[in-house]
Design a protein. Structure first.
Length: 137
């Protein structure tokens, strides 16, 4: 390779790298507020159930999500929550204190606290919510 050819190769390489970086950042930007609670399009291809397992919900709610001594079962979720409220709850459970149901939980599961998942990608929480709301006995 001549020197000139090497330079061309270097510039081509740089161009490719910049192109990839550009694409990556663009994808992040496109996550606007408009689809905050909306579609789960674009989230990594993991199912709601896989997330529930990997995030660790089953640790307290049970491997079958039927409840344990640490936390209630989640099969009733669809009777209590809209998708949006459920996502908000997962992000900040303490905002829903005061409800009679939660007073009972507080007594029954006094040894554990529902963690807040405000640091998770809201699209992941959307998938989790979709899965929970689809649960049927
Ligand atoms: C450390 C134990 C623990 C973990 C981990 C946990 N939870 Fe909970 N969860 C609780 C407890 C305890 C409650 C009962 C409410 C309370 O005490 O605040 C609860 C309540 C809930 C409720 C409300 C139930 C109802 O009747 O409305 C939902 C929904 C829920 N959890 C979903 C999840 C999801 C989804 C995950 C994983 C992303 C998760 N939880 C992880 C302990 C846990």
């Amino acid at each position: 390779m001549t020197n000139a050819q090497k330079w061309v190769a270097v510039f081509l390489g740089l161009f490719v790298v910049l192109f990839i970086i550009g694409k990556a950042t663009k994808e992040e930007e496109s996550f606007g507020d408009s689809d905050y609670y909306g579609s789960t399009e674009g989230a990594a291809e993991v199912s709601g159930l896989e997330l529930i397992e990997s995030v660790g919900c089953i640790r307290c709610h049970g491997i079958d999500l039927q409840g344990t001594a640490l936390a209630p079962g989640l099969y009733e979720a669809k009777n209590h929550w809209s998708r949006k409220d459920l996502i908000n709850y997962l992000r900040n459970p303490s905002a829903y204190d005061g409800d009679e149901r939660f007073d009972k939980y507080r007594d029954k599961y006094s040894g554990s606290i529902m963690p807040s998942y405000g640091n998770r990608d809201v699209k992941e929480l959307g998938k989790i919510a979709d899965y929970l709301l689809s649960l049927d006995k």
